[in-house]
Structures are given as structure tokens and as C-alpha cells.
Design a protein around this ligand. Structure first.
Ligand SMILES: [Mg+2]
Length: 336
């Protein structure tokens, strides 16, 4: 078994701005696990909010190299357990290895990942298309560029309601909003009253990630369901979010890959919470992995590769009514 990796700078179509960051290029790390003629690919982006850099991800991968290359593991779950200590503070790097392990493992079994997991690809919810923060005019223009049935609108500005009111004039599509921690409980409750009338389906992470007291109020009085993103990172957070949020947004990079991601989804469902898997601005390597587990979900946010000016990989293709997987077994994405 050989581990290798490559760094890519993914240029974005538009500067992507959310409440706590802005970027034109997304750095990403693509990991390859290879043995004989079979290889698996995985990916993780960097992320300043979570302190994840190419350097610290590579340092963890190098520490893990003897473990993964020893070949003393058979399943991705076993490999994940072997990495528990090394990747404790770097779930992003663990995600890249875990996705590569799932791709490799299911290719070896001759099955697509969704087949191995007994999931029905016809049950994949339609992904939303994300509109980053910009001037109101530019947000309208970005929305008109891509005609889509569900938009996720990034908020956290001085004119949040104005943005949604203006966008609503130009489409009947479903809206979701993501405040990325920018609001107070009072603002969230007040905003929810108008947002529900504007056809918003739910609000993602209205408050700061640790404002659990505020979330109690929001959970009780908001007119919209609330979804945890920054408040729900690893497995132990699922329980903490129960009774404070109606839904969780599991991101494979935050969780440390598909292995813990699946456990989080099942736990949230058993607690009666709705589930979404969200993305960063990954290439088609990371996005295709999300698509395979999407039949499990109520909502999915896997538009990352659609926001790129240039995708170094090919994988799943997504249209408003159809998700088409690459031919062949595994996750199946490949570098161009
Ligand atoms: Mg979010």
C-alpha cells in the first residue's frame, strides 16, 4: 500500500464570501492510496475557520504514513480507528485518507460505494446552489446565472432581510439561509418571522457555535427550523445539538470522513433530527463521495465543484433533477 498526495489551488468562479471569511482560490489536498492496480482518491480542503492548512494536514499524513502503508487494515473503519490519535486535532486530513480508503475498498469489492452501503441513488435529494455574500445586485446576478430549484443564501450582513426580499423578486425557488454564526438569538427569532414568509425552508447556524443558551431561545421561538453546522463538528456534538437544533449539517471534512459521518447521520436520525451533508468548495473528488451517501439524507449541499472555475477531477454530474455517477466501482471520481 502506497500513500501519496497532491496539492491543488482551485480557482473559484466568484469570490466566495461568508460571514467569517472570503476567498478567490481554495487550496485542497488530494490523497491517493494505491496497491497493485487499484487506487482510491480522497480530498480535503484547507479551512482558516477550523485552522486547517496544507502544512498541518501533510504533517499528520506523514505521521500516519507507516500505519497506512503497513497494510495492517482491511476496512476503512479499521483504518479510521488506527488514525484516531494522530488525527485527533486534524479531522480534515483524516477525511482525505478515509475517502481514499472507501474508494479503494469498494473498488476492490467491485461495487460502487452506494451499492456497498445498500443505498438507492434515486433517493438523493436535490442539492441547493449557494449564493455567497456580495452586493444585493451581484447576489441577484449570481442567482440568475444558475437557474436552480433550491438556493442557499449566505447572510451575516447589515442588510440580510433586504437581500432575501430582493432575491425573492426574481425567483420562486426554495431558499435556505446560512448566517454562519453572525446573529444574536434576538435577531434570529425576529428575522425568522419575515424569512418564513419569504419562502425560506430553514436557517443554518444562526448563532455563534458555543451560544447554546441563545439557541435554547431560538429553538423555542423561531418560526424556522434551525440547522447546526459550526456547532456540530464531531460525533459527540450530535447529542449536544439535540433539543437546540432541528437538523444537523454533517460535513465530511469536519467529522473526519465518511466513517464517522455515517455514524453521525444515523445518530441524528435516531434522535429525530433531520440531516444534511454539506460541502466546502471541494473538487469532484470530495463532492462525488458526498453524493454516494446522499440517499440517507433529508437535504444535501453538494454544489462545491459547481462553484469552481476549473475542476481538476471528474466525478458525479449534478443537474436539478438528476445525479449521474461515474462508471465503474468505488466512489469513482478521477483526476483529469
Ligand atoms: Mg454552513
Amino acid at each position: 500500500m502506497k500513500l501519496s498526495y497532491q496539492v491543488y489551488d482551485l480557482p473559484l468562479k466568484h469570490t466566495f464570501t461568508i460571514a467569517h471569511q472570503s476567498r478567490d482560490v481554495q487550496d485542497t489536498l488530494i490523497v491517493k492510496l494505491e496497491e497493485d492496480d487499484i487506487y482510491g482518491l480522497g480530498e480535503s480542503t484547507t479551512n482558516p475557520f477550523y485552522g486547517m492548512t496544507i502544512e498541518n494536514m501533510i504533517a499528520c499524513l506523514e505521521e500516519f504514513r507507516p500505519v497506512v502503508e503497513s497494510g495492517n487494515w482491511e476496512t476503512p473503519e479499521q483504518l479510521w480507528e488506527l488514525g484516531r490519535g494522530i488525527f485527533r486535532n486534524n479531522p480534515f486530513a483524516q477525511c482525505a485518507v478515509d475517502l481514499a480508503a472507501w474508494d479503494f475498498f469498494t473498488k476492490k469489492q467491485g461495487k460502487k460505494l452506494y451499492e456497498y452501503l445498500n443505498l438507492d441513488p434515486r433517493k438523493i435529494p436535490t442539492t441547493n446552489f449557494t449564493i455567497g455574500i456580495d452586493t444585493v445586485e451581484k447576489m441577484v446576478a449570481k442567482m440568475k446565472e444558475v437557474d436552480w430549484p433550491i438556493y442557499k443564501i449566505k447572510l451575516g450582513t447589515e442588510q440580510d432581510l433586504e437581500i432575501v426580499r430582493e432575491l425573492r423578486k426574481h425567483t420562486n425557488s426554495i431558499f435556505r439561509i446560512d448566517a454562519n454564526c453572525a446573529w444574536t438569538a434576538e435577531q434570529a427569532i425576529r428575522n425568522s418571522e419575515e424569512l418564513v414568509k419569504l419562502g425560506v425552508e430553514f436557517m443554518e447556524q444562526p448563532l455563534g457555535k458555543d451560544d447554546l443558551e441563545g439557541m435554547k431561545e431560538v429553538f423555542k421561538y423561531s418560526k424556522l427550523p434551525a440547522m447546526a453546522d459550526e456547532s456540530c463538528i464531531v460525533e459527540s456534538d450530535v447529542k449536544k445539538c439535540h433539543g437546540l437544533f432541528h437538523a444537523i449539517n454533517v460535513k465530511l471534512v469536519k467529522a473526519g470522513g465518511i466513517t464517522p459521518g455515517l455514524r453521525m447521520i444515523h445518530e441524528a436520525k435516531s434522535l429525530g433530527m433531520k440531516t444534511m451533508v454539506g460541502c466546502m468548495t471541494e473538487s469532484s473528488v470530495g463532492i462525488t463521495a458526498i453524493a454516494h451517501i446522499a440517499p440517507l439524507l433529508d437535504y444535501v449541499d453538494m454544489d462545491g465543484a459547481m462553484l469552481l472555475a476549473k475542476d481538476p477531477a471528474r466525478g458525479v454530474t449534478i443537474t436539478p433533477d438528476k445525479v449521474t455517477f461515474p462508471d465503474g466501482p468505488g466512489i469513482g471520481a478521477d483526476l483529469l
